[in-house]
Ligand binder design. Structure first.
Ligand SMILES: Cc1cn([C@H]2C[C@H](O)[C@@H](COP(=O)(O)OP(=O)(O)OP(=O)(O)O)O2)c(=O)[nH]c1=O
Length: 193
């Protein structure tokens, strides 16, 4: 049990943690073991909001007096949801499919706080350069893609795959931080600045 009215990040993602740390906000981390399966017929924004809600709610149960923040990110292309790749082959296919075309990255965010609840999503469109098989394999060799939706990380070496984006960069990294802070403030969270 954490102390009252603090912020708990319901996530094991080091990227989400770093985005909050950059703002010098004090918070705790408590990753949830929420079920991340979803109905494939749902719209992408519904999927990420539902999964974000589950993550925040799971942590809120044990910490009912805290602000609990959950998020979920998926890559969406051609009607397909690309989550974290289960294998090198899946990562290769994912990146090959994204080569030279636009795709969308959706991040859902859920903030649960003592009877109040906010859920929203942001969408950023990303265009990849045309990638050769050699480039894809060299990127896979970095080991970077395997814990990331769509099999790339825009904040890492994966930035070299990206030609253009439309929308909030931080939505791609996994947490649209500026909107998230605005929503936290709207729920009464005291920001140090
Ligand atoms: C597209 C993209 C995704 N990602 C990451 C963000 C998320 O951590 C991950 C998507 O998986 P998620 O299931 O959203 O998050 P997670 O499993 O890492 O953490 P948790 O469920 O505990 O909150 O992909 C990047 O880091 N960079 C990128 O460019």
């Amino acid at each position: 049990m954490f102390k009252e009215k603090n912020l708990i990040l319901a996530s094991s993602s080091p990227r989400r943690k770093a985005l909050l740390e950059d703002l010098h906000i004090s918070f705790e981390v408590s990753s949830s073991d929420a079920d991340e399966s979803f109905d494939k017929s749902l719209a992408p924004e519904e999927i990420v909001m539902e999964l974000a809600r589950r993550k925040a709610d799971a942590v809120l149960k044990a910490n009912p007096k805290s602000y609990c923040l959950g998020a979920d990110t998926i890559v969406y292309h051609n009607g397909n949801v690309l989550g974290k790749p289960a294998s090198r082959e899946e990562a290769f296919q994912s990146l090959k499919g994204l080569s030279g075309v636009w795709h969308a990255v959706y991040t859902g965010v859920s903030i649960a706080a003592d009877g109040k609840h906010t859920v929203f999503y942001e969408k950023t469109n990303v265009l990849f350069w045309e990638l050769t098989d050699e480039e894809i394999n060299a990127y896979l060799d970095t080991g970077e893609p395997f814990d990331k939706a769509g099999a790339y990380g825009i904040q890492g070496v994966g930035r070299l795959l990206v030609k253009e984006i439309k929308g909030d960069y931080f939505t791609v990294v996994g947490l649209p931080i500026s909107r998230t802070i605005r929503e936290l403030r709207a729920l009464g969270f005291n920001m140090p600045h």
